[in-house]
Design a protein around this ligand. Structure first.
Ligand code: ASP
Length: 333
């Protein structure tokens, strides 16, 4: 399935929220009537919830199913995103991801645990499961960020396999791109989609992860927001969590995910907090018309929210054995 097409359940409710894991079909773009802002729900201590960016239902359902078995949030999210990191057809994470303009596939990832610990890897080559590697940095080293060759060498010491990430398909697409070398990240096009996933387990603990190849055909060495604490991802287990996707340069300049969590700390709902973080970007001038940024967030009572600059963003949600696609509201109407 093309990642740019929306996975949408055939059984839309009146509110436009799709529910149920089975019988999903594709839809090019959301209709205005289908746009649904996340509902406010209080969940009990024994409940659990997993949300993720874009149409990453296979990853989000894998995480949700582990939560349903009582697994900790941190284990669930790492296993969840691993599904898509291993999917060669997903051109934005893991194997098969779009390379930089010199043909190198370099991956970024980070993870945060309920106790506020953090680990990240930047610009790593030849390793598929960089989210799991970020967890190793968090748990097995005295550091929080490892980059490039050092991160790759560390991976081998932890038993990760060396694997070529440039597939015949991604190489072919890159060679095609080279014919014009036109670098123009387009809104909602596959050259910028991160999997960001947030989960609350049945103990009420929250963890989050971000994994990406960053912007397609980026300059060699470019790193975006996704592996950077507070920008691509932030968790405060007393308050909630947020994760970003889209034009990383803009998320970095507004420390977006930290902002969303701080706004929730000060009483905003996840939905309102995501909206305010997007407003911080768009109020800087007209440039927002040319790029997409989106946030998803959850708080400790199980409320969720999502908001984007432009139409075309959606969030996956898995709760109580129920998978939903939530088509996000957006600013530029
Ligand atoms: N935020 C990522 C980056 O800038 C890309 C994306 O989410 O689409 O690297």
């Amino acid at each position: 399935m093309n990642r740019r097409k929306f996975i949408q359940n055939t059984a839309l409710t009146g509110a436009g929220i799709a529910t149920g894991v089975a019988a999903m079909s594709c839809k090019e773009v959301p209709e205005e009537k289908d746009i649904a802002v996340s509902t406010t729900k209080s969940i009990s201590k024994s409940s659990y919830i997993s949300i993720s960016t874009w149409d990453t239902s296979s990853a989000n359902n894998a995480s949700g199913e582990l939560l349903a078995q009582g697994k900790p949030a941190l284990d669930a999210i790492i296993a969840g995103v691993a599904v898509e990191e291993a999917n060669e057809e997903n051109t934005t994470v893991g194997i098969g991801a779009t390379p930089d303009r010199e043909g190198n596939v370099t991956l970024d990832a980070c993870v945060m645990s309920p106790d506020g610990d953090y680990g990240a890897v930047l610009a790593v080559e030849n390793i598929v499961h960089v989210a799991a590697l970020a967890r190793k940095v968090m748990e097995e080293t005295p550091h929080v960020i490892m980059a490039s060759k050092g991160a790759e060498e560390f991976a081998y010491t932890q038993g990760f396999k060396k694997q070529k990430l440039l597939t015949p398909a991604s190489e072919k697409a890159w060679k095609e791109w080279l014919k014009t070398s036109n670098y123009q990240p387009a809104i909602n096009v596959e050259n910028h989609d991160t999997i960001g996933m947030l989960a609350m387990d049945s103990s009420g603990d929250i963890a989050g992860v971000c994994t990406t190849s960053g912007l397609g055909y980026k300059m060699k060495g470019r790193v975006g927001d996704s592996p950077i604490i507070g920008s691509g991802l932030f968790i405060d287990n007393e308050v909630g969590a947020a994760v970003a996707t889209g034009m990383g340069e803009e998320v970095l300049k507004t420390v977006g995910s930290f902002l969303v969590v701080e706004l929730m700390r000060n009483g905003m709902s996840p939905q309102k907090a995501c909206e305010e973080a997007i407003h911080r970007i768009v109020k800087k001038g007209d440039r927002y018309k040319d790029f997409q940024v989106a946030y998803i967030a959850m708080n400790k009572t199980g409320e969720t929210g999502s908001y984007a600059i432009h139409k075309g963003f959606n969030m996956m949600k898995y709760q109580n054995e129920n998978a939903e696609v939530i088509i996000s509201d957006y600013y530029n109407k």
